[in-house]
Design a protein around this ligand. Structure first.
Ligand code: ZN
Length: 290
């Protein structure tokens, strides 16, 4: 069923596992991720950027699609529909459209004070409708939908100031990067994660850029307080690989292999399999109603 993300992430923080937040781009993506979560009885977060919403026409289309999929596929595990890296304006569109959770990314605002002020406004508006809120302190390295930053380590004092506004979970840079990690990547800063955790207490923390971080680092981060892990590029890569394999083997030119339901199936199956692997890695298998 469709719920906000607060209870599932608080349970994850207490239970020392993390819930995967997988980006959706279309019907195939949303449906595949839901299939994986239901099969492993894991809570799940489906999230959407403004770019992916534009691709699908609007936030309302995304919200209606996901809501109806959850209902008509008889998905029994908790599912949150979350806005990923929203601007201040995006957040209000998603609250109207029927999202159950929103991220206001104020890390690109001109000043930290503006991030604080707008985060407070978002918390008030979202909580009035039972919608959970993720905020961000410091930038995440790499590029997501044209928003770039230098991958700074979040300032623990700023994290505490944002946490004190009543946000439900918090994204903080700890050396993580969006997209594919470069060869010379320094790894996650567990020292900074520990410093942030010491000041933010029980607040579930979010790790962006979950694609390609070595499993040991993921699991250590979970043990130190990461409760939500964002995965976007990873599923794009496995979808593209499976689709390329289908085309390169010439299957689209055999019989009715050009039928989109045949053409998209290998990619769809690849998303299900990879999502299941990640759910197991994050430890949320069987935690549907933990
Ligand atoms: Zn992100």
């Amino acid at each position: 069923m469709l719920v906000n993300a607060t209870a599932m992430l608080q349970a994850a923080a207490k239970g020392h596992y993390a819930v995967g937040a997988f980006n959706t781009n279309n019907l195939e993506w949303a449906s595949s991720i839901l299939d994986a979560a239901e099969e492993l009885q894991s809570p799940v977060i489906l999230q959407c950027t403004s770019g992916a919403a534009k691709w699908q026409t609007s936030y309302k289309v995304v919200a209606d699609l996901v809501k109806q999929l959850v209902e008509d596929k008889n998905i029994t595990v908790p599912v949150a529909l979350h806005l990923d890296h929203g601007t201040y304006e995006d957040v209000f569109k998603c609250i109207e459209a029927g999202f159950t959770s929103v991220m206001y990314d104020g890390s690109h605002e001109e000043t930290f004070d503006l991030n604080l002020q707008r985060t407070a406004e978002v918390v008030k508006a979202a909580h009035a409708k039972g919608i959970s809120v993720e905020a961000e302190v410091g930038g995440i390295g790499g590029v997501e939908d044209g928003v770039a930053s230098n991958g700074e380590l979040a300032d623990p004092e700023q994290c505490k100031a944002i946490a004190d506004l009543g946000v439900d979970f918090l994204a903080c840079g700890i050396g993580n990067i969006h997209g594919i990690y470069p060869e010379n990547w320094a790894g996650l800063s567990f020292e900074r994660l520990g410093e942030i955790k010491a000041l933010t207490g029980d607040l579930p923390l979010v790790l962006h850029g979950g694609t390609g971080i070595p499993v040991e680092q993921i699991q250590k981060a979970i043990s130190l307080g990461i409760s939500k892990i964002n995965v976007n590029t990873d599923l794009q890569v496995v979808f593209a690989e499976a689709t390329r394999k289908y085309i390169e083997s010439g299957k689209d030119q055999q019989g009715k292999g050009y039928d989109p339901r045949k053409l998209l199936k290998p990619g769809r199956d690849a998303i299900v399999e990879r999502t299941k692997e990640l759910i197991v890695e994050f430890g949320s298998e069987g935690k549907g109603w933990a």
